[in-house]
Design a protein around this ligand. Sequence first.
Ligand SMILES: [Zn+2]
Length: 138
Amino acid sequence: MDIWPKEKRSEVMSRIRSKDTKPEKLVRSLLHRMGYRFRVHVKYLPGKPDIVMKKYNAIIFVHGCFWHLHDDCNEGRIPSTRTEYWAKKLLGNKARDEKHMNELTNMGWRVMRVWECEIEKKTEETIERIINFLGDVK
Ligand SMILES: [Zn+2]
């Protein structure tokens, strides 16, 4: 496996970013091109994690800011119409996320969550964070 140096990463990131790519797909294709291998939407694990890397004992969730109610984020707000309906739904999602992440941690996985807005606005920084999180595994 060949993990790319920083310059090469930036080049690839800018190329992929220019396309209209959904955040989760973007993360997946960047990691994949960098040589990481993983499974996606693993059904038998709590929360059906987006990215599962057994080799790294790591799980990554890419969460949409609206549906997963990102704190301190413009997108992560309960709508002002049908507030009761949305509050119930979105707070429910958030509570479920916490539960799933705790379950996975208790099972011995290392769990990381990245937000849509982080991927969209700070792609490189966020990918760096993921790579640091994964660490070196030989
Ligand atoms: Zn956000």
